[in-house]
Design a protein around this ligand. Structure first.
Ligand SMILES: NC(=O)c1ccc[n+]([C@@H]2O[C@H](COP(=O)([O-])OP(=O)(O)OC[C@H]3O[C@@H](n4cnc5c(N)ncnc54)[C@H](OP(=O)(O)O)[C@@H]3O)[C@@H](O)[C@H]2O)c1
Length: 333
């Protein structure tokens, strides 16, 4: 039976992936690395068949051992924790029939703007992960210090496990995982709008990121795992295993306008037109590292998943999800 080792099962992405995998393939045996006993209980209550590995990402011996036992490792807990990435690679070393799927992020495309300290400005550059995969690799290679995990995985080459890196953009929608069901950008912007009575965008708000519903993102994982299990011959691994996940693009000003409109229609702010520019410091208060996550361009088109995995995003609309997010944030406040 297919053995999967998953990290981040209590998180937004990992929890949704766990939910989607258990529903699509209840026969897969999933071991989940969880660091908190109480949260492990919640995971087991929702998914009793999961085998809990009670450990932290710093417990690299455990991660290496669990990876050695697995056919497929999904690392959804962190895109920066290099020691756990190395432990997974060690556990899978030399096994060409083993698979490693890593979550990182669409900020891979934001390097030049971070270098130039230029935020909120538009860009007409839309990257794709199929016809221009070589260009995407060049971008990763150009930022060895910032994209440490991406570079490490690319450096593994093709003699060992088959690898894939997924670069999610703005993920929206309420998750179905057992613990954290909240994303980052849209909920934080919604919360700031509710607190200040005005919806915010950084600078001119003209930079754009891709958007993807969390259930569609999880479906991409499920499809990739399915290809791994079936051993489908396709250029989807190692140097070709680079995947954007996107169902269109939104500018941050348009997101602010949508949040204002929905928050007003729900009775939380006075005017549907209450939108306002914020500066870099304010953006970093809305979200840690907000200048990057609210002010750069992360426009990666998901051609590889669509054409080679048959992936088709079908999750609820951005507008509907934004409305639900505002309701959830208002309830928490
Ligand atoms: N959400 C987005 O919009 C988005 C988009 C692109 C990329 N990403 C990246 O994808 C990764 C996961 O994001 P997320 O939104 O799912 O985050 P999240 O909801 O905060 O979940 C993180 C998960 O990783 C676990 N974790 C973190 N550090 C750990 C450690 N030292 N040991 C063991 N487990 C650890 C957390 O466990 P606990 O429950 O115990 O904390 C949780 O299960 C992050 O690196 C994030 O930057 C997120």
């Amino acid at each position: 039976m297919t053995q999967i080792f998953l990290t981040g099962a209590t998180g937004y992405i990992g929890g949704e992936v766990l939910h989607a995998l258990q529903h699509a393939h209840p026969d897969y045996e999933i071991a989940a690395l969880i660091r908190d006993n109480e949260k492990a209980g919640k995971v087991l209550a929702a998914f009793p068949k999961v085998r809990v590995v009670l450990a932290d990402l710093d417990n690299v011996e455990i991660i290496e051992e669990e990876s050695r036992k697995a056919d497929i490792v999904i690392h959804a807990a962190s895109n920066k924790h290099l020691e756990s990435v190395k432990a997974i690679a060690n556990g899978l070393a030399g096994r060409q029939n083993a698979y490693y799927i890593q979550v990182t992020g669409a900020s891979v495309l934001a390097g030049p703007e971070i270098d130039n300290n230029s935020y909120g400005e538009p860009s007409d550059q839309i990257f794709d992960d199929l016809d221009n995969v070589a260009g995407l690799r060049d971008i990763i290679r150009a930022y060895k210090d910032r994209r440490v995990v991406d570079n490490y995985i690319l450096d593994l080459g093709s003699d060992g496990p088959k690898t894939a890196i997924i670069f999610p953009p703005i993920i929206f929608g309420t998750g179905k995982g057992p613990v954290n069901q909240r994303s980052v950008q849209v909920p934080s912007l919604a919360r700031a709008a509710l607190l200040r009575g005005v919806s915010l965008y950084l600078g001119r708000g003209l930079s754009r990121w891709g958007i993807v519903h969390v259930s569609d993102l999880a479906d991409l994982f499920v499809k990739l795992v399915g290809h791994a299990v079936n051993g489908t011959p396709s250029p989807i691994w190692n140097e070709n295993g680079l995947f954007f996940a996107e169902n269109g693009f939104e500018s941050f000003k348009d997101i602010a306008v949508l949040i204002a409109k929905e928050a007003h229609s729900l009775g939380h702010i006075d005017s549907p037109d209450a939108v306002q520019s914020m500066n870099l410091d304010e953006a970093n208060v809305v979200i840690p590292n907000g200048v990057v996550f609210l002010g750069t361009n992360g426009q990666g088109r998901a051609l590889r998943a669509r054409k080679l995995l048959g992936w088709k995003p079908e999750g609820e609309s951005f507008q509907k999800a934004a409305q639900e997010t505002i309701i959830a944030e208002a309830a928490q406040l």
